[in-house]
Design a protein around this ligand. Sequence first.
Ligand code: ZN
Ligand code: ZN
Length: 289
Amino acid sequence: MMNESSVKQNKPDIAKQLLVRNDSSLSITFIGTGSAFTKKFYQNNALVVKGADHVLIDCGTRTPEALAMLGLSVTDVHNYLITHSHADHIGGLEEVMLLNRYVARQKPTMIAPQAYRRFLWKHSLKGGASYNERVDGKFLRFDDLWNVIDTVPVAGADRELCEARLGSIKFAMFRTKHIPDSAPSWRSSSPSYGVMIDDRILFTSDTRYDPELLEFLDDRYAIEAIFHDCQLYTGGVHASLDELAGLPAAIKAKTRLMHFGDAVENHVEKAAAQGFKGFVRQGEPYIFP
Ligand SMILES: [Zn+2]
Ligand SMILES: [Zn+2]
């Protein structure tokens, strides 16, 4: 597992290599693996890299610090895909916006559906970002701070589904059932998305236990690997290890668990016995040739 003494030695040039691959393989490196309030594993966000293209999925409150441990600034990361508005997924975006605008003097790019971008700006980002400056008499707007890659809706799917491309990487975003815990379906849940990467790797982001979601995706894609939200106890707005144990063995055999609490070491054996591939490890690239 990544530890402070090893990652602090990352030189800037080595660090920037985390953002590029020299072959056509796809890699996913977790900058953090923890749940919202973990004190050991930062927060659950993953750097997706293929060739010269990179995208960071989510940027939580502690993500800028986690990137710094790897020798990277948020201004080195140019593309962000955002799954939902909890602070462990978006709390680092104010630093992304302000350091890019006032220090690096460049615009980062966001991948997210337009309706969700509006929601994110209005309810979360605007307060800290808009009022720093007036342009032509108006406070800053989302478009002053971000380039965007719009998603294209996929018609005829059982669940809200849309797609976007960043260079050579394809992302399909689908709605998940995350909050509130009383919502009976994804339709009545607040906007939250999971991601299929290149039609082959599933990153659920935050979701309650939702076997129908996995059926929907398994029917539609040839899924090679799954990274699934996993809470270490049952209850609330995340899938728990015990609930996930009810998934088909073939699904569990390709599933690595993420977004876990600080007590994860106590659950490693149980997860293995239940048939999972294990818990994700921070800073270790998962490579898909
Ligand atoms: Zn979360
Ligand atoms: Zn969440």
